[in-house]
Design a protein around this ligand. Structure first.
Ligand SMILES: [Zn+2]
Length: 238
């Protein structure tokens, strides 16, 4: 009898431990991800400081690029991708803060960063690229350097976040990985107080990449890959 009681005690104790472990994993995964779909229906050319205390000023929101073959503007592609990324992250147990859910908004890059800072653990800024050469294609990530005047302390984590999200996204979508660019002139990044990455999902000035960026199936692959990258960043990938 004593033996059985001992065994029962052990079984109950193990169950408690297993439950506690599962619980802590679930709690841990409740990280909050801010997704900022770049640009908006109409750019805002009035200016704001590019970082806290800066005398250098840039337009509040630039108008972005547009598809060379689809003619679709960047702000529509970034919002479509943002919505798919939200769905993918929520299905993996994350909470998501959307900086915008409509195209007809007027939110400056500084305001976007402040909104993300308030509620999220990390911020993913979605953009598409454009250049005066239709042969250029591929995806890249922009993050602050260690010499950034405003967010140098976030450089290491932002670089890790950029690397995880970009490489998993390129792997999943089969996109060319153009690597990480260190950029200290981005208002939406310089006002951040949380690790931040700006993902250039591809070139809308390249006819075939433009078409892909506008296809739902490709957007889904981009979203799945980026979410995979977020899992890897937080160590939820094993
Ligand atoms: Zn952009």
């Amino acid at each position: 009898m004593k033996k059985i009681a001992g065994l029962m005690f052990f079984v109950v104790l193990s169950a408690v431990f297993v439950a506690a472990a599962a619980d802590s994993k679930a709690v841990e995964k409740k990280k909050v991800i801010a997704i900022d779909a770049g640009h908006q229906a109409r750019g805002n050319s009035s200016v704001e400081p590019i970082g806290p205390g800066s005398s250098t000023k840039k337009a509040k929101v630039s108008s972005g690029t547009s598809g060379v073959s689809t003619k679709v503007p960047e702000y529509k592609v970034t919002l479509a991708a943002a919505k798919k990324l939200k769905k993918e992250l929520v299905s993996r147990g994350y909470k998501v803060v959307m900086i915008r859910t409509k195209n007809d908004v007027n939110i400056s890059n500084k305001e976007r960063a402040l909104k993300a800072n308030k509620k999220a653990d990390i911020c993913i800024r979605l953009h598409a690229d454009g250049v005066n050469d239709s042969s250029v294609y591929g995806a890249s990530a922009l993050c602050p350097s260690a010499k950034n005047k405003y967010v140098a302390k976030l450089s290491g984590k932002s670089k890790k976040l950029s690397e995880c999200v970009l490489s998993e996204m390129c792997k999943e979508a089969g996109a060319k990985n153009r690597g990480i660019s260190l950029r200290d002139d981005l208002t939406g990044t310089n006002w951040s107080t949380i690790p931040v990455t700006l993902i250039e999902m591809g070139f809308m000035t390249n006819p075939s990449e433009d078409k892909k960026l506008n296809s739902k199936s490709y957007q889904k692959k981009l979203a799945k890959g980026m979410a995979e990258g977020v899992d890897r960043y937080f160590g939820f990938d094993d």
